[in-house]
Design a protein around this ligand. Structure first.
Ligand code: PXG
Length: 455
């Protein structure tokens, strides 16, 4: 092991003293102490006390090909020896970035044949804001600046990413959103539309986009951004009517469609991209996470021929970029990751075999007294925990039951995320049927334990 061999207590104490964690209530964590994860293999992670957990969250929606892939370590090692870094700013490039760009153009939907590399999904969405505004201004429509997003969307944690996101508690902490970003409603049938037919609800929510464009004036609206399925917002799967209607509105109006594939990309839905599943042709498509299966940080924005042509033919210098845009080691690892997804037929296997099995087993949890709805698609799943199963009424103290369930899941050897009182899974795409049985069994036991402990 490369790090010092300390006890769990020692790690927790050093952690408390020096490490400010992301999205964490520091005082709560300090009172309790972190779980210290030391190693991982396949779909399992291990902590300093030797506990082993089935990782139902793929790290953080990213380790699509599973942990412990020697091939990626070897590729990183070789690339570090050959060329650990060089920039792409001053008319230079290197083979790993060019090769990855070529490969992404092949697998991306429609005419998304160009890519701007970033270090993360947040930087990708900052790049989206810059790019769509530049696009319209190069076409002589500088007033077309407003980007329409949705409440409860997640698009990252930088100033622009958090602004595009529709999380009020994030806006409250940073004086956000930045100007010219507005939000419409989300297609969350269980939370917002249960007294309505799901198809009607989906159409109504999609038409909020049309209404918002009319309200602002089409000449002011640059783009609409959305995740195919909202991930961090609670695995919100829109009714079947939603995306076709959004597609129609985008076709009829002069606005760009930005589909954020940071979570849905690279096989999560059983297709390369969520856009393939919903038959979308985005103008811009942010990617990250599964691009490298989380082995190294890398993201990017896929750009269509239409947008790229304007940037190339009408633009001067594009005044935007990051030191690590197209980092050679990250690109080499992403290339190898895509190679593994292809070679092992992982996405086909998810679509044809394991996702249908996971979805069948996951939906069995709907009979549990705590569960108001069990939904999912591909290798994504959610359980709505409710106070009253018959009416779907939520708990008086939101979030308490979800948190209890997450802790019971850990105790039962399963990582399952809580978004308020919604339990979430997004497991590695390599899970086989017996591991799916294990996941669902542990989830059920955790629901039982939650019932017993919160009753
Ligand atoms: N877009 C989407 C759709 C995401 O899910 C980002 C952009 C930002 O990516 P980076 O690489 O900057 O984190 C994300 C990230 C959670 C959680 O709690 C989800 C994300 C990140 C952190 C936590 O579910 N998604």
């Amino acid at each position: 092991m490369a790090t010092a061999n300390r006890s769990t207590r020692q790690w927790q104490s050093l952690d408390r003293d020096h490490f400010l964690h992301p999205f964490t209530n520091f005082s709560e964590l300090n009172a309790k102490g972190s779980r210290i994860i030391t190693s991982a293999h396949g779909a399992y992670i291990e902590d300093t006390d030797g506990n082993r957990y089935l990782d139902g969250m793929s790290g953080l929606w990213c380790v699509n090909i599973g942990y412990g892939r020697e091939e990626l370590a070897e590729v990183a090692n070789a690339q570090m020896r050959e060329l650990p870094f060089y920039n792409a700013f001053f008319q230079t490039a290197h083979p790993p970035a060019i090769e990855l760009a070529r490969r992404l153009a092949q697998i991306a939907p429609g005419d998304l044949n160009h890519v701007f590399f970033t270090g993360s999904g947040s930087e990708a969405n900052d790049t989206v804001v810059r790019t769509v505004r530049l696009y319209w201004s190069l076409l002589g429509q500088a007033d077309k600046r407003v980007i329409i997003s949705r409440t409860n969307a997640y698009h990252g944690s930088t100033m622009a990413g958090a602004s595009l996101g529709g999380m009020q508690f994030m806006h409250a902490q940073g004086g956000l959103p930045i100007p010219d970003i507005v939000h419409i409603g989300q297609p969350h049938w269980f939370k917002d539309g249960r007294d309505e037919d799901p198809g009607e609800f989906g159409l109504r929510m999609a038409r909020e986009l049309e209404k918002k464009i009319d309200e602002l004036g089409e000449h002011r609206v640059a783009a609409f951004i959305a995740e195919p399925i909202q991930g961090a917002g609670g695995v919100v799967i829109p009714p079947d009517t939603y995306w076709p209607e959004i597609r129609r509105i985008c076709r009829e109006r002069q606005i760009l469609l930005v589909v954020d594939e940071v979570i849905c990309g690279f096989g999560r839905t059983g297709h390369w991209f969520g856009s393939d599943y919903y038959e979308l042709e985005p103008d811009l498509m942010p990617i990250a996470k599964g691009l490298s299966s989380g082995y190294l940080p890398i993201g990017g924005v896929m750009v269509s021929d239409r947008v790229s042509r304007v940037l190339t033919e009408e633009g001067g210098e594009y005044a935007h970029g990051f030191t690590y845009s197209g980092h050679p080691v990250c690109c080499a690892v992403a290339n190898a990751n895509i190679g593994i997804l292809e070679r092992e037929g992982i996405i086909d296997n998810v679509r044809e075999r394991t996702a249908p099995y996971l979805q069948k087993r996951w939906r069995e949890l709907a009979d549990h007294p705590l569960v108001g709805e069990a939904r999912g698609l591909g290798f994504l799943g959610a359980l709505e925990l409710v106070a009253d199963k018959a009416t779907g009424a939520p708990f008086d103290k939101p979030g308490k039951t979800g948190l209890a369930c997450r802790e019971h899941a850990f105790d039962n050897g399963l990582v399952m995320r809580a978004v308020g009182d919604t339990m979430i899974i997004a497991p590695p795409l390599i899970l086989d049927e017996s591991q799916i049985d294990e996941l669902v069994g542990k989830a059920r036991k955790s629901l039982d334990d939650t019932m017993a402990s919160t009753a």
